[in-house]
Write a protein that binds this ligand. Sequence first.
Ligand code: ADP
Ligand code: MG
Length: 245
Amino acid sequence: MALIEIRGLAKEYKMGPVTVNALNGVDLDIERGEFVAITGASGSGKSTMMHLIGCLDRPTRGSYILNGRDVSRMSDRELAIIRNREIGFVFQTFNLIQRTSAIENVAVPLFYARKLGTRGLAMEALTRVGLEKRAHHNPNELSGGERQRVAIARAIVNKPSLVLADEPTGNLDSRTGEQIMGVFHHLNEQGVTIVLVTHEPDVAMQARRVVQMRDGRVLRDAPTSEVYGDRAGQRLKVGENVVTG
Ligand code: ADP
Ligand code: MG
């Protein structure tokens, strides 16, 4: 059984008299341990898809089975528990709490999970992203790449099976984005399933599978090697640029 099984997923947003069909019947399976990039033009439904996969919202139609459980039918409370235990989120804008140290930011999901020993667990997560030396710095004392690494540490602190990232390198220069991709590779090698939204080919080609969206539908779903040929799986060396096209 796949980690994620999506069938006929649709999402409509009602704005007064207008209905926006953000998703129009998506079928998608994602196995445990995959590294998937979701690409597509702005407005194609990528973020809507991530919100549904992340249990932040419910579909208008269709079913979504996560880890064998039908999340399209769960209560808000059940969804909150799934989000906290099973899913880590990384956003383009980091979404850290200002004037609060890195380690305290990382510990936030542990409080919701009512875990003990939060300091040790938060430090362990910071160490996994190579930021243990910055544990007591506030976000405004960290670089963009370091802030995103704190956000990744927060996403993995409850040891979720799934990490979702919506344009995680969108606010970073390419070299820093490369380091962030290195962190995702590292997590994926440790068995974490990664689903990442990006419109940057340099980023998408590092995944093992690319799901291209258009108008709320999956236009193409293929191994990265089919989409990008020899450049697939290529990890840029720091400072190096790859010609895209
Ligand atoms: P992407 O992330 O690929 O840019 P989105 O999923 O954000 O696409 O948006 C898909 C479509 O749904 C767009 O037409 C967008 O305007 C619309 N949309 C997204 N979120 C909302 C919302 N909360 N209310 C109304 N329309 C929305
Ligand atoms: Mg988006």
